[in-house]
Structure formats: structure tokens, C-alpha cells
Design a protein around this ligand. Structure first.
Ligand SMILES: *Cc1c(COP(=O)(O)O)cnc(C)c1O
Length: 212
């Protein structure tokens, strides 16, 4: 089995295990392969191994890589997971199927203007970190009210680095319940098992899928 396929199967198995421990249905958890900085060849190895959901964090990079790949693999689902500039909203709306990084009203306005109607996650700054994108927890109720024109599927977060992520995952899960959405986009290479146990419906895994 090629290495990429082996890594994919190992991560799928680990997610299924985590789901079982938490008494969840593994089918509730979507694995998004984060393919930023990876070549089309690396991506196609994973597609051949059965992976369908991919995530990119920059519109420009995605625009150079994905139109070709999409023609060859029309059933791929492409997720925008990085900070999105309003002036790229139109390009993003044309290229992506899901957006995980709605974090300010001006971006919502730009997306509505671009005709975007796909599943959208609101990014929450769960660690209240100054340098990080995301809506502050205290602002979340007003923000969700203000972006009602979009199809808000759920919440997304990137917990602070270098600290135990589980409390932040639990916090995001609580916010999802409180605000009556269902999608929970959380967990990366180092912590996708913990995220899956704490309710993630989407995990975004790059390094662990593409590197040994
Ligand atoms: C890069 C990235 C990931 C994946 O990170 P890994 O640690 O490589 O798995 C997940 N989410 C976002 C928003 C990213 O930018």
C-alpha cells in the first residue's frame, strides 16, 4: 500500500476508535485532508486511496491547484479553512464548497454579494488570543444574528498552541449547543482524536496525512 493510503487508513481507524469510545457514530465525523503546500501528485495519491474532502488555507494557492484536480475528480469537496480577505470572496465562492473561516461582518457582506450560499462555519477565537482570527465568544450571539443571510452550519476553532486543547474543544461544543447549530470543525494532526471524542463533526488534518 502506498504510504499516503496507509496513513489515511490509520487516521480513519483512529477516528473510528475515538468515536466508539465516545459512543458516537464514526460516520458523523468528516475527515478533511488539509492539502496546503502539497502538490497535485500528493493530493491525487489520497484521492486514489478514497479521500474526498480537502482543505486549503489560501485562495491563491487553491486557484492554481484545484481547477485541474476538480475536472479530474468532480466528486471532491473543497473546504476553505484559512483567513479569507473580503476582496477574495468572489473567487472563494466560485472555487470552494464549504467555508470554515467566517470571522467578521464585512466578510459576510462580501460573501453574500458574491452569491455564496454554501455551508459556512463561524470561526471562534476560543483562546481569546489577540493575534488569532475568529469572533470573540462574547460577540458570538450578535454576530450570528448579523450573518443570518448565510447558511451557518456550525462553529470552527483553532485552540491556542502549546496548551491542552480538550477544554477548548469542550467549550466550542458547548457554544454549538447553545447557539443551535450542529457543525463542530475542530481538531488537527496533534489532537484530532481528542476532538473526535469531544464531538467534532469535522477534523482538519494535514501533517499526519501527508508526512511520516
Ligand atoms: C494547516 C491547518 C490545519 C492542519 O494542521 P496540521 O497540524 O498540519 O494537521 C488545520 N486547520 C487549519 C485552519 C490550518 O491552517
Amino acid at each position: 500500500m502506498p504510504d499516503a493510503a496507509a496513513r489515511l487508513h490509520a487516521i480513519r481507524a483512529a477516528l473510528a476508535d475515538a468515536a466508539r469510545v465516545a459512543k458516537r457514530d464514526p460516520a458523523e465525523i468528516t475527515l478533511v485532508a488539509v492539502s496546503k503546500n502539497r502538490s497535485a501528485e500528493q493530493i491525487e495519491e489520497l484521492i486514489e486511496a478514497g479521500q474526498r474532502h480537502f482543505g486549503e488555507n489560501r485562495v491563491q494557492e487553491a486557484t492554481t491547484k484545484w481547477p485541474n484536480l476538480r475536472r479530474r475528480h468532480p466528486d471532491v469537496v473543497l473546504h476553505m479553512i484559512g483567513r479569507l480577505q473580503s476582496n477574495k470572496a468572489e473567487e472563494a465562492a466560485a472555487l470552494f464548497d464549504v467555508i470554515h473561516s467566517l470571522d467578521r461582518p464585512s466578510l459576510a457582506t462580501a460573501l453574500v454579494k458574491a452569491g455564496w450560499s454554501g455551508p459556512t462555519y463561524v470561526q471562534v477565537n476560543v483562546g481569546e488570543e489577540q493575534q488569532k482570527g475568529g469572533v470573540a465568544i462574547a460577540d458570538l450571539p450578535d454576530f450570528l444574528e448579523a450573518v443570518r443571510d448565510l447558511q451557518i452550519t456550525g462553529l470552527m476553532a483553532i485552540p491556542p498552541a502549546e496548551v491542552e486543547p480538550a477544554p477548548f474543544f469542550a467549550l466550542l461544543a458547548k457554544l454549538v449547543q447553545r447557539h443551535d447549530v450542529s457543525g463542530l470543525s475542530m481538531g488537527m494532526s496533534g489532537d484530532y482524536r481528542a476532538a473526535a471524542m469531544l464531538g467534532a463533526t469535522v477534523v482538519r488534518v494535514g501533517t499526519a496525512l501527508f508526512e511520516d
